[in-house]
Design a protein around this ligand. Structure first.
Ligand code: NAD
Ligand code: UDX
Length: 464
């Protein structure tokens, strides 16, 4: 079966970049990305391609090449569904904030809405692809809705989880370690649907890297991969605290451990705590699923990864207070970085939000600089926590576009995102403008201790 028209529901961090790359690599396929968020779609269609809503290195060039050729962004969801042979569902699946499973389970209301909309609109057979990260066995629920509320057409459900990381999305999509496709491997129709999706990826990914499995393995592999990755970060972060007590240096430990080829060197960078929209949400979801099967030990094992991460964020903030003579009340603290990692404008679950909140509770005055995150986003992140009024957040937090102004007359600086440009700052100039003693807290192990101490900083870094 040859796919001619693709629709992707959800023009977010996954739907946008993924479809842009498919469109670029498969010029014979029309790809339409739809979303209910009108502003987001307008931004994807902005004449100035630098204004697309997601910042990812290399993405604007691809969009510039494919947009209006075979890549389209639209709010007309019905029309795109109707036209498509294959429909990707790439909507958000956040942690539930209400009812059963509150704070743990994935909220599947957006997924269900998509399924019902597809069922209502589709007048011919469709392949529906789960691109969103979903609890294992969601495909069954999707099939149920499609078969029972649809127009009598046939659906094949595939699971095709996305492994891209933000900040490197384009490169990850262009050169994936693997592509995973789960489907109904027991029927000819299932095999045909799997093959149709394999053929798309085969435009640029070698056959050996395209794995096909049953649907449940595919769904569960995604949660497992994120749990393993996050677990490595929590493991090295646990060691960072022990390093600080013992004179060991977490970077040295990480290097020594990572050179064991059975362990490997990636994802062993100690930090102020992992953030991002995926790790916490997906592990909590995994914990919830395990609990719902009565697997308490499995649930507790994975839950510890989150507990460790929360501890890391809190202890970094507490260290700032403790070092500044046990009070930051009325003191200006400069935060360098707000995004959850470098090279993205995404702030979801960023450690910076929690560090700022902790310091605000201690009555600090916060000033923030991030090269890609907007002022509105920073206030929205703090408001979302609901710790204090919106008015108070705006009174006590200032966002500036100049890192030197942010550090001017500050008692302390905390580096919370590993943006390259922070390494290149004129640290001598920064030091001069600060109050003394000038405290510098490196939550990312980004800066060189020796040169900073030579300048005169009181330097603290995670894990040493
Ligand atoms: P996102 O919030 O950036 O984008 C989701 C989009 O879906 C939003 O723009 C929203 O308006 C739209 N949407 C929701 N319901 C809709 C509906 N009924 N019709 C049309 N549009 C609708 O989310 P994201 O970061 O792109 O994540 C999407 C999924 O991919 C999640 O399940 C996530 O876990 C998974 N994932 C994310 C990443 C990542 O790095 N962000 C990586 C791998 C997988
Ligand atoms: C993650 C997964 O890597 C990706 O495969 C999945 O598709 C989505 O979730 P993402 O959250 O975008 O991607 O970024 P990632 O590079 O994994 O970083 C997540 C967080 O962990 C960031 O806050 C990062 O700074 C932190 N991290 C990562 C560390 O603190 N140390 C590390 O060694 C690696």
């Amino acid at each position: 079966m040859k796919i001619r028209n693709i629709c992707c529901i959800g023009a977010g961090y996954v739907g946008g970049p993924t479809m842009a790359v498919i469109a670029q690599k498969c010029p014979e396929i029309n790809v339409t990305v739809v979303d209910i968020n009108k502003e987001r779609i307008a931004a994807w269609n902005d004449k100035n391609v630098e204004n697309i809503p997601i910042y990812e290195p290399g993405l604007s060039d691809i969009v510039a090449e494919a947009r209006d050729r075979n890549l389209f962004f639209s709010t007309d969801v019905d029309q795109a569904i109707d036209k498509a042979d294959m429909i990707f569902i790439s909507v958000n699946t956040p942690t539930k904030t209400y009812g059963i499973g509150k704070g743990m389970a994935a909220d599947l209301k957006f997924i269900e809405l998509c399924a019902r909309q597809i069922a209502r609109v589709a007048k011919d057979d469709k392949i529906v692809v789960e691109k969103s990260t979903l609890p294992v066995r969601t495909a069954q629920a999707l099939k149920n809705i499609l078969d029972n509320t649809g127009n009598g057409v046939n659906y094949q459900i595939l699971s095709n989880p996305e492994f891209l990381a933000e900040g490197t999305a384009v490169d990850d999509l262009m050169n994936p370690d693997r592509v995973l496709i789960g489907g109904d491997i027991d029927t000819a129709e299932g095999e045909e649907a799997i093959q149709a999706l394999v053929d798309i990826y085969a435009h640029w990914v070698s056959k050996e890297q395209i794995l096909t499995t049953n649907v449940w393995s595919s769904e569960l592999s995604k949660l497992t991969a994120n749990a393993f990755l996050a677990q490595r970060v929590s493991s090295i972060n646990a060691m960072s605290e022990l390093c600080e007590k013992t004179g060991a240096d977490v970077n040295e430990v990480s290097r020594a451990v990572g050179m064991d080829s059975r362990i490997g060197s990636k994802f062993l960078k100690s930090s102020v705590g992992f953030g991002g929209s995926c790790f916490q949400k997906d592990i909590l979801n995994l914990v919830y699923i395990a609990k719902s099967f009565g697997l308490d030990e499995v649930a507790d094992y994975w839950h510890q990864v989150i507990i460790m991460n929360d501890h890391q964020k809190k202890r970094f903030a507490a260290k700032i207070v403790q070092t500044l003579f046990n009070t930051v009340s009325g003191k200006k603290i400069a935060l360098l970085g707000w995004a959850f990692k470098k090279d993205t404008n995404d702030t979801r679950e960023s450690a910076a939000i929690y560090v700022a909140d902790y310091l605000l509770n201690e009555q600090a005055e916060i000033v923030v600089y991030d090269p890609k995150v907007t002022e509105e986003q920073i206030y929205a992140d703090l408001d979302y926590l609901g710790t204090r009024s919106e008015k108070e957040n705006r009174e006590r937090v200032t966002v500036l576009k100049d890192p030197y102004k942010v550090c001017d007359k500050a008692h302390a600086i905390a580096v919370l995102t590993e943006w390259d440009e922070f390494m290149e700052l004129d640290w001598q100039k920064v030091y001069k403008a600060m109050l003394k003693p000038a405290f510098l807290f490196d939550g990312r192990r980004l800066l060189d201790r020796k040169t900073k101490e030579e300048i005169g900083f009181e330097f603290y870094a995670i894990g040493s």
